[in-house]
Design a protein around this ligand. Structure first.
Ligand code: FAD
Length: 316
């Protein structure tokens, strides 16, 4: 009864979350007294997974799975689960993984729990801790189905090195089914970190007054190698693309550092960013609710503080 982990990659290289889910799967396998097997699709770096305790990598090279196709990925993972006689599947909290999870869950008749923040509390019965109430609390959840799907929150478990000799085996399955949808291409802003993968996210709100003032936000993000994000009204107003909207109804952020500039800290915004490890707020209103949720705060005008911060950071 081994543990399967679905590791994500892009352009032949693992995404950061691949090493986190691999580390998590190794820990689950350790607790269950078994081994962890990774499913790796169109990646050229498979040997790296041994560093994180993976003992076998099922290497899938298939043009039909470029770019990501959730139905095809669910098919490959369920076939891998069958082949390995596994009972647990570990996935990340990326949008691709969340897209695949219900397909996998229906197919395997498996209980799926997303937003997991710690190693299992026990494996018999199978109990885990996840966030609840939009990150305002935790739930301790028991999964009762024979097959279990665990969705691990980004940055919650981190990476743990437990070097293992990983065997790499080619794993091919025929994907004959006609997929009802297929992305033909993905347009990405070249060179920019994505909100899901970034260590640092620089986010701005309505306090910036208008889209013409985002130059300094992008400059700050460039200096820090950060992704840019925004509050909901900002994307609703069309100042920034909807893909940057974070919060309860937008993308979740679980970065190491989240810098909120001119954002009030409404409950719906905080719900999506509270998993970030360190939160810094820049706001000219000392009563802004975000200060209560932040680790560090600067009370000041963003139009003065941000340019000064950029200058100081450039000195490093
Ligand atoms: P504002 O509330 O207008 O705050 C602007 C802040 O900028 C103020 O605190 C002000 O003091 C500060 N400021 C002004 N000028 C300056 C300056 N020169 N320098 C520094 N600071 C300055 N919101 C989200 O963000 N994400 C969500 O997912 C989300 N989902 C929602 C879901 C529902 C069902 C509902 C009802 C609302 C949702 N909202 C969401 C909206 C949320 O309630 C807030 O309205 C929104 O977050 C406020 O955005 P803001 O902080 O950018 O703007």
């Amino acid at each position: 009864m081994s543990v399967i982990v679905y590791t994500e990659s892009e352009n032949g290289k693992f995404k950061k979350n691949a090493f986190e889910v691999a580390s998590y799967a190794s820990e689950v396998a350790r607790q269950m007294g078994t081994t962890a097997t990774a499913v790796s699709i169109n990646c050229m770096e498979n040997a790296l997974l041994g560093t994180y305790g993976i003992s076998k990598v099922l290497n899938v090279q298939n043009e039909k799975m470029k770019p990501f196709n959730a139905k095809a990925a669910a098919e490959v993972v369920s076939k891998a689960l069958e082949a390995e006689g596994a009972s647990v599947v570990v996935i990340s909290s990326s949008s691709d993984a969340k897209y695949m999870a219900p397909l996998l869950s229906a197919r395997l008749k498996a209980g799926y729990v997303p937003n997991i923040v710690a190693a299992p509390e026990s494996t018999t019965p199978f109990k885990i801790k996840r966030t609840a109430f939009s990150n305002k609390g935790f739930a301790h959840t028991e999964i009762k189905t024979d097959i279990k799907i665990l969705g691990v929150s980004n940055n919650a478990f981190g990476t743990v090195e437990t070097p293992t000799d990983a065997s790499i085996e080619d794993f091919s399955i025929s994907l004959d089914a006609e997929f009802k949808t297929k992305s033909t291409d993905i347009d990405k802003v070249v060179g920019k970190a994505t909100i899901a993968d970034a260590d640092i996210v620089v986010s701005a709100g309505r306090g910036l007054k208008g889209p013409e003032n985002w130059g300094m936000i992008e400059d700050l993000a460039d200096v820090l190698g950060a992704a840019t994000a925004c509050s909901k009204p900002v994307s609703d107003l069309g100042w920034r693309p909807h893909g940057e909207h974070v919060g309860q109804t937008g993308k979740p952020v679980a970065s190491n550092l989240y810098i909120a500039i001119g954002i009030s800290g409404a409950i719906q915004h905080l719900a999506g960013v509270s998993s970030s490890k360190t939160k810094v707020v820049i706001n000219n209103d000392p009563e802004a609710p975000f200060f209560k949720a932040a680790d560090y705060g600067i009370v000041g005008d963003a139009f003065e503080v941000v340019p000064e911060l950029i200058e100081k950071l450039k000195e490093f």
